[in-house]
Design a protein around this ligand. Structure first.
Ligand SMILES: C[S@@+](CC[C@H](N)C(=O)[O-])C[C@H]1O[C@@H](n2cnc3c(N)ncnc32)[C@H](O)[C@@H]1O
Length: 272
């Protein structure tokens, strides 16, 4: 795996936001957060979903962003000021497995691309969430769940998906029930009610403007980090030829490019 560089990762979050924001706003809308409610964005990163969450709960509502990494929280703080959300949003450093909150502190918990993506300790984590949720409160877990981003190269895309990097954080040795698509079962086991899973898709069809092109290229880069090392030499060269920003055959510059990806919203209600 390539070394983790938080600054480079933040840049990718911003570059991909023109594609991510409209989709994730639709997910927030579907979540139906009560006006005036108090919620937690668990693993908020630089806070890109906080404006949508704050808008949904209205001026009387409160959103707390929590992340384990101080450098992301500092950036989130600058964003919150820039967006003028100061009094309605607070930020705190914390670990989702041991969050610094009292029992029943929130009406809902939102976690995008963080909680339950890795299913190492699903029950422990879901029990923690139940503890800090009000009875009747909603748990909303959002995870990237599928994509077709390399039109015309289904074999290459399937090979990339079958690499360890393409499957991570799941591994071929993990029991099947530890894959995030099995989250509904774990939510039920943890005692959540009205468990449901709903996919949301984002299509990307040429022609598109520069920010969408750059967002698409960034999503392709983020999807299979380091996977090319697991490919055959021929596949590696092909992958580079269609994804290298300097290549004349760059796939995102095809005049007839079409691709899509999905996130799934997993949800459950804490019993009253
Ligand atoms: C892929 S980013 C997603 C950020 C944000 N939710 C978004 O969608 O833009 C995952 C975030 O989860 C945070 N994270 C990872 N493990 C965590 C943990 N145990 N507790 C709290 N935050 C964590 C990371 O620092 C990172 O900011």
């Amino acid at each position: 795996m390539p070394e983790y560089d938080p600054k480079a990762y933040m840049e990718k979050l911003y570059l991909s936001d023109p594609l991510q924001d409209p989709l994730l706003r639709r997910v927030v809308e579907a979540a139906g957060l009560p006006v005036g409610s108090r919620g937690l964005d668990a693993g908020c990163g630089v806070g890109l979903q906080i404006p949508g969450l704050a808008e949904a709960v209205g001026p009387e509502g409160r959103v707390t962003g929590m992340d384990i990494r101080p450098e992301f929280l500092e950036e989130a703080g600058r964003n919150i000021d820039r967006w003028g959300l100061g009094p309605r949003v607070s930020l705190i450093q914390g670990d989702i497995y041991d969050p610094p909150f009292a029992e029943r502190e929130f009406d809902w918990i939102w976690s995008a691309s963080c909680a339950c993506y890795s299913m190492s300790r699903p029950l422990e984590l879901l029990e923690v969430f139940r503890r800090i949720l009000e009875p009747g409160g909603q748990l909303l877990i959002v995870i990237w769940s599928a994509q077709q981003l390399l039109p015309g190269y289904p074999r290459l895309e399937a090979m990339l998906n079958a690499t360890a990097a393409g499957m991570a954080p799941f591994t071929a040795e993990d029991p099947p029930d530890r894959h995030f698509l099995r989250l509904p079962g774990w939510l039920r086991k943890a005692g959540f009610l009205e468990v449901a899973a709903q996919p949301f898709s984002q299509g990307i069809c040429a022609p598109f403007d520069r920010p969408i092109r750059d967002a698409l290229l960034t999503l392709i880069e983020m999807r299979w980090p380091g996977a090319e090392e697991e490919l055959s030499r021929a596949d590696r060269l092909l992958y580079r030829r269609i994804t290298d920003p300097d290549s004349p055959d760059l796939i995102v510059d095809l005049p007839d490019y079409y691709g899509f990806y999905t996130y799934t919203l997993f949800r459950g209600r804490n019993p009253a």
